[in-house]
Design a protein around this ligand. Sequence first.
Ligand SMILES: [Zn+2]
Length: 105
Amino acid sequence: MDPNTKNFLSNQLMWIVISLGISFAISWFLPFPVSLVAIIGTFLAINFYMRRYQLRRMGAGGFGGSFLGGAGNSSQVNYACISCGQRHNQGSCPRCGSRMKRAEF
Ligand SMILES: [Zn+2]
């Protein structure tokens, strides 16, 4: 599994355990209707802070950066050697050294 995904999942699990513990504590100390409101409020607050924390950790180089990089690679023009057909993007063919090449899309 991707280490980032694994980290994200264990983080998520940790927050679920923490919020469960908090809701148990709240329902222990407060009477029913008040405890329900307090639990929902706590869940929303935890979600809000968790999202902010993860967004800050990802930053601009997270999903956006890798998406732009992937799109750039897929739209790149590929060249193939005219004499031997080897696909390459270098000045001369790495297999036969010919500088003649054609673009392949
Ligand atoms: Zn070649």
